[in-house]
Design a binder for this molecule. Structure first.
Ligand SMILES: [Zn+2]
Length: 357
């Protein structure tokens, strides 16, 4: 194996994190910033447009992490990014804030290239995977699989419940991937016929109920259909943030933490929203357990990490729908850092490939 420090990047919808580790994966430096992009330009690229602001920002983050780690050289870079991904780039990001597109360029497809600009900047191999696949690698090497020497013995699924709902599957010593490098898109299995609209454009997906975005949209929809009940703690909490605004503007203030807070305070609408999330999450876990028969499913992502009380009822819902021996369901021991650890594993694999080539 080629010796040298490794660099990892976690590109999320709200935060960008850069890491430098020693060759064994011990993290030496970590730099995190908000995922807001304002520098950078747009150019024509492939069948659409490219924006170079993300690459510029993560190059600056990695340089800062390298300085903090006291090194000027790295052996490889691993990146876990919220998908979809294509052509070594993030494709059509829905969560990352970008500057306005200049006239004359096609708005879609919009690529945020990473692999090519980073390998050019640092002169090292760069490996890019979607965040859930990256996280399951982290889980296998540094999380629930850390003590297992032979990784082919492990059957692990990592599920993230954050802005969206997704999974990565480890089986027989590798990540399971499909024809386009995707797999386990469990957020988009159908849980309710003619249900809520999902970010993917379909209706009734698990993610439309069991995700940060789904929880907010479900709460808004229910408040409107119930005619904005006067005694709703959820609306009271939204109004308590100040300002004299109309009731539709109040809907814009609803966030997942507010829904959980309102449910705690006895808000029936908020409680139904959380019951929907538990049901949809449980059905999604059952789908993945029935499909891949894992021994363990770990949960990560901000909603799961901040609300560990969801874990047990979701597992109970899962067990109602199984035709396999139930996997253990637990929070990821890596908490919200599974993607970061996985990015280091990706970097190590990329460095090893160069060394053996
Ligand atoms: Zn969907």
């Amino acid at each position: 194996m080629k010796e040298g420090y490794l660099a990892g990047l976690d590109i999320g919808g709200t935060k960008l994190t850069g890491l430098v580790s020693d060759p064994e994966g011990k993290v030496l430096a970590r730099v995190q910033v908000q995922a807001e992009l304002n520098e950078g330009g747009f150019t024509r690229f492939s069948d659409g447009t490219a924006y170079d602001g993300l690459a510029r920002k993560v190059i600056a983050i990695l340089r800062a992490a390298m300085e903090e780690a006291g090194t000027t050289e790295i052996a490889a870079i691993g990146i876990g990014a919220a998908g979809p991904l294509a052509k070594g780039a993030v494709l059509n990001p829905t969560n990352i804030k970008l500057p306005a597109l200049p006239r004359g360029l096609p708005p879609r497809p919009l690529y945020l290239p990473l692999v090519e600009p980073l390998s050019r900047e640092f002169g090292v191999p760069v490996s890019l995977e979607n965040d859930c696949n990256t996280a399951v690698l982290g889980e296998v090497e540094f999380g629930v699989g850390e003590e297992t020497r032979d990784k082919t013995d492990l059957h692990v699924v990592y599920v993230t419940i954050s802005t969206g709902l997704g999974a990565g599957v480890w089986s027989e010593g590798k990540i399971l991937l499909g024809k386009d490098g995707n797999a386990a898109e469990i957020g988009h299995i159908l849980v309710r016929e003619r249900g809520l609209r999902c970010g993917c454009g379909n209706y009734g997906c698990a993610e439309a109920y069991c995700s940060g975005r789904g929880i907010v949209r479900n709460a808004r929809t229910r408040l409107v259909s119930e005619g904005f009940p006067e005694d709703s703690p959820l609306l009271r909490l939204a109004a308590a943030e100040g300002g004299d605004i109309d009731r539709f503007a109040l809907l814009g203030r609803i966030t997942p933490p507010l829904v959980f807070q309102a449910a705690q305070a006895g808000d029936e609408i908020a409680q139904m929203v959380i019951a929907d999330a538990i049901y949809a999450g449980g059905v999604a876990l059952a789908a993945i357990a029935n499909a891949y028969d894992p021994e363990i499913i770990t949960l990560g992502g901000s909603i799961a990490i901040n609300h560990p009380e969801l874990c047990a009822p979701m597992a109970a819902e899962m067990r109602k729908h199984l035709n396999v021996v139930a996997p253990e369901v637990r929070l990821s021991p890596l908490q919200d850092r599974a993607v970061e650890y996985g990015a280091i594993v990706l970097a190590r694999q990329a460095a090893d490939q160069v060394a053996t080539a």
